[in-house]
Ligand binder design. Structure first.
Ligand SMILES: NC(=O)C1=CN([C@@H]2O[C@H](COP(=O)(O)OP(=O)(O)OC[C@H]3O[C@@H](n4cnc5c(N)ncnc54)[C@H](OP(=O)(O)O)[C@@H]3O)[C@@H](O)[C@H]2O)C=CC1
Ligand SMILES: O=C(O)C1=N[C@H](C(=O)O)C[C@H](O)C1
Length: 256
């Protein structure tokens, strides 16, 4: 039985993850963590055996996996805590910088604790990134547009950032659309020349389009998460398979 701690359990993803994990035979929730959790487990609909923590430093329950759906401000400290305590992190929270990811990778190697950082648990997003990387071998001119709900705390999305990184690793370096911006920011964020545009609107959940342009043609790759349930199969897979990894990896494809 895989023992799981859920950090950020009162949030939208945390709640969905609790419901999903509770239905699995292979895993059990041993503790939950949120700075604003001030009640007993049963008040949150959890089994009375589940430990509820309000402070990171107080968490001392033995566990195998740390599932994190918190905030960009908290994710680095949480992941470091998990690794230092020998708990394998499965990180859904976005907003880690490259430097922070590198530091966590070094720490995971030093401690011999593997884990998984997953910018997007949905199958459609994993495939969008794979197909975009493939297309970038042939199309070097590309822009990324991501669309999310208005409560999202980071921009661009972790998925859009990872998409751009994967495209950048294979595409021919290209100077692209060097326009004078009459309104600053009009051309979006710039990742090694790849423009990323972040849309925040009510009604949206999580969506991404990758637009490739060529001589007289275009290729658009798009994925849509219409519901947070789209992430749950990936969450279960990551918790079940993270134990088979030998280091901290980025991307669900490492366990697919
Ligand atoms: N990888 C993926 O596939 C997906 C990733 N995400 C990412 O997951 C993260 C959470 O998303 P979502 O659930 O929508 O966000 P929410 O804002 O709904 O939930 C975040 C929760 O984390 C809590 N929290 C804040 N600080 C801490 C802390 N230090 N330790 C533990 N918990 C904390 C918040 O509490 P309070 O509100 O009381 O401050 C809140 O309950 C985001 O980064 C989002 O981008 C989302 C969807 C899919
Ligand atoms: O905040 C969200 O909602 C999501 N965050 C992740 C991201 O930043 O890519 C995954 C998905 O897009 C939903």
């Amino acid at each position: 039985m895989i023992k799981v701690i859920v950090a950020g359990f009162l949030g939208s993803m945390g709640q969905q993850a609790i419901e999903t994990i509770t239905q699995q035979k292979s895993m059990t929730i041993v503790a939950v963590y949120s700075p604003h959790a001030d009640q007993q487990a049963t008040a949150y609909g959890l089994d009375e055996s589940v430990q509820v923590y309000q402070q990171l430093s107080e968490i001392d329950v033995p566990a195998d996996v740390w599932l994190d759906f918190t905030t960009p401000a908290a994710v680095f400290e949480n992941t470091r805590f998990a690794i230092e305590h020998g708990i394998q992190p499965v990180i859904g929270t976005t907003g880690l910088s490259d430097a922070e990811e590198d530091e966590l990778l070094s720490l995971s190697k030093a401690k011999g604790v593997a884990g998984l950082i997953v910018p997007n648990f949905s199958l459609s997003a994993v495939l969008l990134m794979k197909f975009s990387e493939e297309a970038a071998h042939y199309f070097s001119e590309v822009e990324v547009i991501e669309m999310h709900h208005e409560d999202k705390k980071d921009a661009p999305s972790g998925t859009a950032f990872m998409t751009a990184k994967r495209i950048d690793q294979v595409r021919r370096a290209h100077e692209q659309g060097a326009s004078k911006e009459t309104l600053p920011g009009a051309r979006g964020a710039d990742y090694h020349g790849i423009r990323i545009h972040a849309v925040r609107l009510p009604g949206y959940v999580a969506h991404e389009q990758v637009l490739f342009g060529g001589e007289g043609e275009a290729l658009t790759i798009r994925q849509d998460s219409f519901s947070r349930s789209s992430f749950m199969k990936g969450v279960v897979l990551a918790i079940e398979k993270v134990g088979q990894l030998d280091q901290l990896c980025v991307g669900l494809e490492h366990v697919m």
